[in-house]
Design a protein around this ligand. Structure first.
Ligand SMILES: [Fe+2]
Ligand SMILES: [Fe+2]
Length: 134
């Protein structure tokens, strides 16, 4: 379970709300884990991957455009990190497509991706804050 904190804010309402949507989706899976129902966990982990397949790429595009627009010095680092996430995520996605989602894969999906997203927001994305004024 990830809790949204003010220190995660990028200072841009649209991007913050996209991050909150991402966090909500991860939290939905975390909630299903707590229910301990294997079938539901496998289903929810697959749904999260399907959601991320579109939403992560879309969010990254929006955020990269915003950083470019305000000439944020972290823009290139952010793009590289997004590309590496998508490559990593692609491996999860393919693994899921060619085999069944089992409990271990569901756990890994949650642990690895949640970790990356929260870390990325708090270390890289937040550096935009001083370059946007709303
Ligand atoms: Fe982001
Ligand atoms: Fe980012």
């Amino acid at each position: 379970m990830i809790l949204w904190e003010d220190r995660m804010s990028m200072g841009n309402a649209r991007t913050d709300s996209q991050h909150q949507t991402l966090i909500e989706k991860f939290n939905e899976l975390s909630h299903v884990f707590a229910g301990n129902n294997t079938a539901e966990i496998r289903l929810a982990a697959g749904e999260l991957l399907d959601f991320l397949q579109f939403y992560a790429a879309w969010h990254f595009e929006q955020e990269e455009a915003l950083m470019d627009q305000v000439h944020c010095p972290i823009a290139a680092t952010n793009k590289q990190a997004h590309a590496s996430f998508l490559a990593n995520f692609g491996e999860f996605y393919t693994r899921w497509q060619v085999s069944n989602m089992d409990l271990e894969m569901a756990r890994q999906t949650y642990a690895v991706l949640t970790d990356w997203i929260t870390n990325h927001i708090m270390t890289i994305d937040v550096q935009l804050r001083e370059f946007v004024k709303e």
